[in-house]
Design a protein around this ligand. Structure first.
Ligand code: CS2
Ligand code: MG
Length: 411
């Protein structure tokens, strides 16, 4: 394999920094000086993926032609013998995204043009309203509606389960950096208490906002299939855009039970690493939205493949967009979103913090609840290494969930 326009990879750098959150950033530089950026952040396990990249992946990239994205992807997937897995796939994703960035810069085109061009004016998003009570949650949702957002995910603490679900006891949002705690914070869970209280949130939301606003909800995999089926039926009158992660689905077949009982649209996939993890779910049409993220499912090359496969079965993409995905991942997904014919909706939780904006820059814009992708060549993101050096890695864990008797539960 050659090609006349080789862009030889000269340097591969892995930078772990914590500008408000821990991010693993990959920078691939070619002999021409053109460089590309990738995100390899696996929340709570950042050093594992950084070491994997530094020790095992970087040496294989030096001297290769950066244009050969597909061959490098296959080399890192099939070639290592050990397929799939979050650490492996986040590493492949970071390389893949950095190479797309390089290809775009070399072609002087934004990545979405290389994918086939724009399919829509902007990318529709959903935002989060979270609170300790139904009223707090809906007040927050009201503010977001006032800012022009048209789709809102509602999460409220469960009465009787102190600090659970969505908001911690000290009001620290559950996906903020938990670095003031040496070990994962623990939350109590009771499916009974949750099922007894959840409907009120949506009853009140429809009373307050009417029927036009899109509403969503994330169950964080805490139910069994038959409980999820009951929840789906319970929420049907409130017309959700989707119900997310109702059941943990290492066993994809679980979704058949949920699907057979409810017309509430279903979404899953933020922790899936490959197309294989969602294959049965998509081809049996058990879900409506696939939420695989660029960073966790193998990059732009893999996400494009998942999107095309899903399109055959009327499944739309709704990529994960939590704050533990770096702005580089967010940019990569936005290019996919603006192109994919079967785009559904993109999760959006803001453009980062003051610190992260010092380290990462991007050309995305939010206008009236719609994300607009800029036309800079490549992904349109940049990374300031000097600024990143000011914010060293800071170990932090996601919370864990336990039943009231102490049994460890899904989160
Ligand atoms: C969530 C995430 O955004 C979502 O839908 O499920 O907040 C998730 O808990 C975190 O990204 C975990 O890293
Ligand atoms: Mg989720």
């Amino acid at each position: 394999m050659s090609g006349n326009r080789k862009l030889i990879i000269e340097d591969v750098k892995v930078i772990v920094s914590c500008p408000g959150r821990n991010f693993v950033t990959l920078k691939i530089t070619t002999e021409s000086g053109i460089y590309g950026l990738g995100d390899a952040t696996v929340n709570g396990r950042e050093q594992a993926v950084a070491t994997y990249l530094r020790e095992h992946v970087a040496p294989c990239l030096i001297g290769r032609n950066a244009h050969e994205i597909e061959d490098i992807w296959q080399y890192l997937y099939k070639g290592v013998y050990w397929r799939k897995g979050p650490i492996n796939m986040a590493s492949i994703a970071a390389v893949d995204v950095a190479l797309w960035d390089i290809k775009g810069k070399a072609a002087d085109l934004p990545v979405y043009e290389l994918l086939g061009g724009k399919s829509r004016r902007g990318v529709g998003v959903y935002v989060h309203a979270t609170g300790n009570t139904v009223e707090d949650t809906l007040d927050r949702a009201g503010e977001l509606v006032g800012q022009g957002y048209q789709a809102i995910r509602l999460q409220s603490s469960v009465p009787g389960l102190d600090g659970s679900y969505g908001v911690l006891g000290d009001k620290k949002d559950y996906f903020e950096l938990q670095n003031d705690r040496p070990l994962p914070p623990e939350h109590p869970w009771s499916t009974k208490k949750y099922m007894n209280s959840i409907e009120e949130l949506f009853v009140e939301a429809r009373k307050r906002f009417g029927n036009e606003l899109h509403l969503l909800h994330d169950v964080h995999s805490r139910l069994t299939p038959i409980e999820a089926a009951r929840l789906g039926k319970m929420l049907e009158p409130y017309d959700l855009l989707f119900l997310e992660d109702a059941v943990a689905a290492e066993n994809q077949e679980s979704y058949r039970i949920v699907r057979d009982h409810t017309t509430t649209p279903l979404a899953i996939g933020e922790i899936y690493n490959t197309i294989w993890d969602c294959k049965d779910m998509i081809q049996n049409q058990w879900i409506d939205y696939i939420r695989t993220a660029s960073t966790h499912a193998g990059g732009i090359t893999a996400l494009r493949r998942i999107a095309d496969f899903a399109a055959l079965y009327h499944v739309r993409i709704a990529p994960h967009g939590a704050p533990d995905l770096s702005p580089i991942c967010y940019a990569a997904q936005s290019h996919i979103d603006i192109w994919a014919p079967n785009f559904g909706i993109q999760e959006f939780v803001g453009f980062g913090t003051e610190k992260s904006n010092e380290v990462f820059s991007h050309d995305l814009k939010m206008v009236d609840g719609m994300l607009h992708v800029g036309d800079r060549p490549g992904l349109g993101v940049d990374f300031d290494e000097e600024a990143a050096a000011k914010y060293p890695y800071n170990r932090s864990y996601l919370p864990v969930s336990r039943l009231e008797d102490g049994t460890l539960w899904s989160w």
